[in-house]
Design a protein around this ligand. Structure first.
Ligand code: PBG
Length: 324
């Protein structure tokens, strides 16, 4: 008796494997998250994210141009302000670091890439929460929406093509859409961080933005135990006018990503977050895994699970590998 079925036939040669490969990762699908810090003299490496920098306004421009030349599909910008306060004033100030740097990038890059901005208060508040606080210390959803609306308008005016609300406030997509439209910014898109989980893997990011958070975000970010809730969040964001939806983190939530991809009628993004980056970098630095193969396998898996767009700190390097 011989085996009736031999799946190995489709794996015999590189040419055969290339022919039958189902999933492709292309540079244009990758978005590079970048950090710019106010008042910084020299770019500084983030200790828990080896290879990732806090940029000065100047080094940001140069690195962004290189990223676009490498073929990445977009840039997601985060700002690290010099001063923070209870309401995150730096976020709505047109001269605030994030808005100023968005203007730099838009004037440098024009429409040659898709410029996205983190529309969230945690980098700008002295308590480190993603919204403003009520008198009892809880995050005040509706008061936060007012600030998000202003922040989105400031970012769009500064040059963002797409704003990315990542604070998980209820109603944030509709509120921001309405604020943009009322300001005449009908062409600015909204990338909804729809299913964002309260993850331990954001740790290195909090170093990157020098977060002042004590406590956690469990009253607004989702419980890692819940999958069904992600679909509800996505459906609400779609109904509120999201142009794209996102699942975050990526690798630990591939099941969620798959279900979101099945229900979404807009492009689906996944954010391969700081802790996913740090894990692979740390293991590779120890010689425990092969760095390039691990990175590309992780990106392939995220695409296979259903992401059209992947935010990844390896975007530029991966783009170069993929173009080789
Ligand atoms: C909030 C925000 C966070 C990340 C992106 N946007 C941090 C958080 O929710 O605590 C995390 C990204 C990463 O870990 O790479 N503005």
């Amino acid at each position: 008796m011989y085996p009736l079925h031999r799946p190995r036939r489709l794996r015999t040669t590189p040419a055969m494997r290339r022919l039958v490969s189902e999933t492709e990762v292309r540079p244009r699908q990758l978005v590079l998250p970048m950090f710019v810090k106010e008042g910084l003299a020299e770019p500084a490496e983030i200790a828990s994210m080896p290879g990732v920098l806090q940029h000065t306004r100047d080094s940001l421009r140069k690195a962004a141009v290189e990223a676009v030349q490498a073929g990445v599909g977009g840039i997601m910008l985060f700002g690290v302000p010099a001063e923070r306060d209870a309401v995150g004033s730096g976020a709505t100030d047109p001269d605030g670091i994030l808005n100023a740097a968005l203007a730099d990038l838009r004037s440098e890059l024009g429409d040659s890439t898709v410029l996205m901005s983190d529309c969230c208060l945690d980098e700008f508040t002295d308590h480190g929460h993603c919204g403003v606080l009520a008198a009892d210390g809880t995050v005040d959803n509706d008061a936060t929406l007012e600030v998000y609306g202003e922040m989105a308008v400031a970012q769009a005016r500064a040059g963002a093509h797409v704003v990315g609300p990542s604070g998980m406030m209820d109603g944030q997509i509709a509120f921001i859409r309405n604020a943009l439209d009322a300001a005449g910014l009908t062409g600015t898109g909204v990338l909804a961080y729809s299913a964002k989980y309260a993850s331990a893997f954001y740790g290195p990011f909090r170093d990157a933005v020098e977060s002042q958070l004590s406590g956690d975000r469990k009253t607004y970010q989702q419980d890692p135990a819940n999958a069904r809730e992600a679909i509800r969040e996505v459906q609400l964001d779609l109904a509120e006018g999201a142009d794209m939806v996102m699942v975050k983190p990526a690798l630990l939530y591939l099941d969620v990503l798959r279900s979101v991809a099945e229900v979404s009628d807009v492009p689906v993004a996944a954010y391969q977050i700081s802790g996913e980056y740090a894990m692979i970098e740390a293991a590779a630095a120890n010689g425990w895994i092969d760095r390039e193969r691990s990175v590309l396998e992780s990106l392939t898996s995220i695409r296979r699970a259903g992401a059209d767009i992947v935010l990844t700190y390896w975007a530029v390097e991966a783009a170069r590998w993929l173009d080789r």
